[in-house]
Design a binder for this molecule. Structure first.
Ligand SMILES: CC(C)(COP(=O)(O)OP(=O)(O)OC[C@H]1O[C@@H](n2cnc3c(N)ncnc32)[C@H](O)[C@@H]1OP(=O)(O)O)[C@@H](O)C(=O)NCCC(=O)NCCS
Length: 158
């Protein structure tokens, strides 16, 4: 997906706002997830995002996304964002991360998705590593759940 950075996408410093870029990344990743699952796909998690280099007004943002692995109803999507200066032809990496999606029907119930068959060495590596990334996300979700239960108990006690 390519987007030209317009004035309404920028901050007062004249560079692309992080929230706008995350919105575009979500759109791009959702297209990959929907294409693969042939269903609605809801964003469930966004991995850590570090903005490596700023993108200036008038530059082009190129977002590549790919379903790296599927489980039952969930899909991991890998993203890579490149900024391109049209005047100089310079290209630089802005960020890369993973989003995960769940395929749902029109009632919001999760659906089983087709498996991914990795072909290149890079795809095979990402496929293998996806298991570990998923375990870390689920562990993180368990911690957040536990913390919110403790906070609820505190609220009741007070
Ligand atoms: C997506 C949603 C429907 C899933 O509902 P749920 O009750 O958690 O459903 P399940 O327990 O069956 O989990 C569905 C899948 O999500 C995965 N999942 C849930 N939480 C996860 C997390 N934190 N990290 C990774 N995967 C997670 C489960 O492991 C399961 O995967 P699998 O079927 O491949 O094994 C629900 O969480 C939801 O509606 N969330 C809000 C989504 C949203 O509004 N997104 C932003 C706008 S698109």
């Amino acid at each position: 997906m390519n987007r030209l950075v317009m004035p309404e996408d920028t901050n007062t410093f004249g560079t692309l706002m992080g929230g706008v870029l995350m919105h575009w990344m979500d759109m791009c990743a959702a297209i990959s997830a929907r294409r693969h699952s042939n269903s609605y796909a809801m964003t469930v998690t966004v991995d850590r995002i570090r903005f490596i280099s700023p993108v200036r007004l008038g530059e082009v943002v190129n977002i590549e996304s790919e379903v790296t692995r599927t489980f039952r109803s969930s899909m991991e999507v890998g993203l890579r964002v490149i900024a391109e200066n049209l005047k100089t032809g310079e290209k630089r990496l802005c960020t890369s991360t993973y989003f995960s999606f769940v395929a749902v029907d029109s009632e919001g119930h999760s659906l089983t998705v087709p498996e991914i068959v990795p072909e290149t060495e890079r795809q095979k590596q990402r496929y293998r590593d996806a298991e570990m990334r998923r375990a870390a996300r689920l562990e993180d979700a368990r911690k957040v759940q536990k913390e919110s239960e403790l906070t609820d108990q505190d609220d009741v006690a007070n």
